[in-house]
Design a protein around this ligand. Structure first.
Ligand code: S3P
Ligand code: PEP
Length: 449
């Protein structure tokens, strides 16, 4: 991937914000709906899907496997997906998208023919072994490159013959919830479905697995959420599941409206704390499985006033402008960590973000990136075994590195609202999930949208 060396001067806020920001569709929802649409028994119409690098990579992957994906008849941004028999030979570019590199192999095992998957340089380092190992255990033939300690990584070649036995399998998903989601999403099309048991000590990002289960059920697939010994879990039981059974059967098509990406709303809502004033995000769902909904509580704990009325989330910065430090376990919502860390760097009291060791396997090693870049800005941060600690400090401008990580770019933009002279290297990396980030950011400052 070309890395631009031109740095973007992050705008400083000169007055309190008063903006309405319309956030594009959720990455996690869009890419799940696309996978399910490819397996469905009838066409799917996706209304307001995300159009970004990660979702375009998923669309291209599905097309490479034979699925028809086209714009809706009105030529607008909506998509119509018509399932076709999955087939190789195919080449799939995963870019740096965790959803593509983990979800597509689980689908590619159902293709008749060879499917080769590769991605950006950093994608070749992101953990893949649990999903590759599980697919092999379920009957797939996969050749994978060997990474650290011989673990399977991209590039890999899936030798499919149009079917997979499926059945019982153990997976250590302590490195990423996406290993579980990948296997569950494709499992209705496996002959025996799947009975997946998570064996690791911890399981990050459980809301993302809940999202997978909710979407499968929404498409008519039977899913059991269980404890390791087969007892009931999930939903109203209040017990976190560690085992999931997906029954084989048809996946329904139909019309689906995609929720806005609540995690991508994060930097804009955080801006209200950094700059003062109020930012409103319309179409905030009243009930959702998106991790980004956790922002309401986290931002309130940092001093914001948060109000959700008639589907509009309004976040206002503290009246005295003082951001409170935060001690929080972000294990379930690790995706929000860079955004929260930016506010912690501006806070008046110390912060401790815990439960996020798995962020070392994200787009970059996010714990190292957060600590390094806060240091570069004159702040004080240190890495712990499972997170970061951030102390109050007077920050100064700097050229902030982003490591091909969209959330490190938005992290720097939040700090830049208060700290003059912040320049963001390769701000274009935000196109991973939010192609018009700089335009939206400037419009927010102008209070126009
Ligand atoms: O399934 C998904 O859509 C995601 C799951 C999470 O991954 P991890 O479990 O690896 O944190 C999250 O951080 C990522 O942004 C999206
Ligand atoms: C971890 C993230 O992405 P990915 O889907 O590539 O894992 C993220 O968007 O914060």
């Amino acid at each position: 991937m070309p890395v631009s060396t031109a740095a973007w001067p992050a705008p400083t806020a000169t007055q309190p914000l008063d903006a309405v920001v319309d956030i594009p569709g959720s990455k996690s929802l869009t890419n799940r709906y696309l996978v399910l649409a490819a397996l469905a028994s009838s066409p799917t119409e996706l209304v307001r899907p995300l159009h970004s690098r990660d979702s375009e990579l998923m669309v291209a992957a599905l097309r490479a496997l034979g699925t028809e994906v086209r714009p809706a008849d009105d030529g607008g941004p909506d998509l119509v997906i018509t399932p076709r028999p999955l087939r190789g030979p195919a080449q799939v570019d995963c870019g740096l998208a965790g959803t593509v590199m983990r979800f597509v192999p689980a689908l590619a095992v159902l293709a008749d023919g060879e499917v080769r998957l590769d991605g950006d340089e950093r994608a070749r380092e992101r953990p893949m072994a649990p999903v590759v190992g599980a697919l092999r255990d379920l009957g797939a033939r996969i050749d994978a490159a060997a990474g650290l300690g011989g673990a399977a990584v991209l590039p890999l070649t899936v030798h499919g013959n149009g079917r997979l036995a499926g059945g019982a399998v153990d997976v250590d998903a302590s490195g990423s919830s996406q290993f579980v989601s990948a296997l569950l999403l494709a499992a209705p099309a496996y002959e025996g479905g799947i009975d997946l048991r998570h064996t690791g000590a911890t399981l990050p990002s459980l809301p993302h697995i809940d999202m997978t289960v909710a979407l499968l059920r929404g498409r008519g697939v039977a899913v059991d959420e269980l404890t390791a010994d087969g007892g009931p879990a999930g939903g109203r039981t209040g017990v976190a599941p560690t085992r999931w059974r997906v029954h084989p059967g048809p996946v329904a098509g139909g019309r689906i409206v995609v929720e806005p990406d609540l995690s991508n709303a994060g930097p804009f809502l955080a801006a209200a704390l950094a700059a003062g004033g109020t930012v409103r995000v319309p179409r905030w769902p009243s009930a959702t499985t998106q991790a980004g909904d956790g922002l309401r509580d986290l931002l309130a704990r940092m001093g914001a006033t948060v109000d959700l009325t008639d589907g509009v989330l309004a976040v206002s910065g503290p009246a005295d402008g003082v951001i409170r430090g935060l001690d929080a376990d972000l294990h379930d919502v690790g995706e929000l960590a860079p955004t929260i860390a930016a506010l912690c760097a501006l806070a008046a009291t110390p912060s401790r973000l815990r439960g996020i060791a798995h962020l070392r396997g994200h787009e970059t090693d996010r714990l190292a990136a957060i600590v390094t870049e806060i240091g570069r800005l004159g702040g004080r941060a240190r890495e712990t075994e499972d997170g970061v600690e951030i102390e109050p400090a007077t920050l100064h401008g700097a050229r902030v590195e982003t490591y091909a990580d969209h959330r490190m770019a938005t992290f720097a933009a939040i700090i830049g609202l208060r700290v003059p002279g912040v320049e963001i290297v390769d701000v274009g990396t935000t196109a991973k999930t939010l192609p018009d980030f700089t335009g939206m950011w400037q419009a927010m400052l102008a209070g126009s949208r």
